[in-house]
Design a protein around this ligand. Structure first.
Ligand code: NAP
Length: 303
């Protein structure tokens, strides 16, 4: 029996673990992959206070170390089932069953798919959802990045040191990415540079035999089509919350995020949600960390 069980070891879950140990609580963090979650996929974080520029993986490592040194138990186990129907909550994994009165859901979000034919077949054969994981496979090659948010811009900047040519494909003209970083990408596009921006375009077809060779783009305004040769395609069109385990148990927003109040409490007493998985106005490292801290301080106050 733990004081707190945390499902997910990204920055929200790790911060909750740190705060739980600071408050002298027994805490178990269950993480199906490596600790750090989505943070591991960010090449360069420039807006986390105290770090002018830090690699996401390094920042995650620091949080992980801090949590374990304080005594948080972190297990690499995938949660397969939860029972939140009683005061004592049960969390089952592929190996074990754990119990606690307090569960913090910090499962984050995963990559949104393009939803085009054969997308699954080309995954790992030229198509990737993580530029920092797979970018090195495309040294001096031609790649395309899809998206108009911060991730797509980060990906372009990262890939510009590796690939010889990058198409940035966005379905509108206006980007939602941070202007300063976007301007760096635009500068890379000047004078036949390494980046070519293709606005008002969506990817509608993937071509190749064993590996991806070409993509078809369709103009969202004129419906005209063009095919371009690429060796790699990086999809960075946002993320969807990982909530499958909790469907039918908790209240959700229309967009599929877990509803919480300002104390991170969900519709079930003793169950909290923090980070990208919950309804929030800002999905950043700093807000995810803050969520973790708030959830734990609320648990501690309730005792
Ligand atoms: P995002 O901000 O939600 O942007 C998603 C982008 O993909 C938008 O440009 C959107 O276009 C486009 N899109 C969505 N569905 C599409 C589809 N089916 N086909 C084509 N385009 C599609 O996602 P994100 O860039 O992954 O960022 C997620 C969060 O992490 C944000 O809060 C971001 O600020 C944060 N983040 C921060 C940093 C950093 O601070 N260094 C780095 C990465 C991410 P529309 O604009 O037309 O909707």
């Amino acid at each position: 029996m733990y004081d707190i069980i945390i499902i997910g070891g990204g920055c929200a879950g790790l911060t909750a673990g740190i705060y739980a140990k600071e408050a002298n609580k027994s805490v178990l963090i269950l993480e199906k992959m490596g600790a750090g979650g989505q943070l591991n996929n960010i090449f360069n974080v420039t807006n986390y206070p105290g770090f002018e520029s830090v690699n996401g993986y390094e920042l995650a490592e620091k949080m992980h170390l801090q949590a374990t040194r304080l005594g948080a138990e972190i297990k690499n186990e995938e949660v397969t089932q939860v029972d939140f129907s009683k005061d004592i909550k049960i969390v089952k994994t592929n190996y074990n069953e754990y119990m606690s009165k307090n569960v913090i859901i910090a499962t984050g979000a995963s990559a949104r798919k393009l939803n085009v034919y054969d997308e699954e077949n080309f995954y790992g054969r030229g198509l990737s959802y993580c530029a920092t994981c797979d970018g090195n496979l495309f040294k001096n090659k031609t790649v395309a990045v899809v998206g108009g948010g911060n991730t797509s811009i980060d990906d372009c900047l990262y890939l510009s040191n590796i690939a010889k040519k990058i198409y940035l494909i966005h379905r509108r003209e206006v980007f939602t990415a941070n202007e300063k970083e976007l301007n760096k990408v635009k500068a890379l596009g000047k004078n036949d540079g390494v980046v070519e921006i293709k606005s008002n375009m969506i990817v509608t077809k993937l071509f190749g035999d064993n590996v991806l060779k070409q993509i078809e783009l369709t103009n969202t305004k004129t419906n005209t089509k063009e095919t371009i040769d690429v060796d790699g395609l990086f999809v960075a069109i946002g993320r969807k919350p990982d909530t499958e385990l909790f469907e039918g148990m908790l209240e959700f927003t229309n967009e599929g995020f877990i509803k919480t109040n300002e104390n991170m409490e969900t519709s079930i007493n003793g169950v909290y949600a923090v980070g990208d998985v919950r309804n929030t106005n800002l999905r950043q490292i700093i807000t995810a960390c803050a969520d973790g801290a708030i959830a734990v301080s609320n648990i501690v106050k309730k005792k």
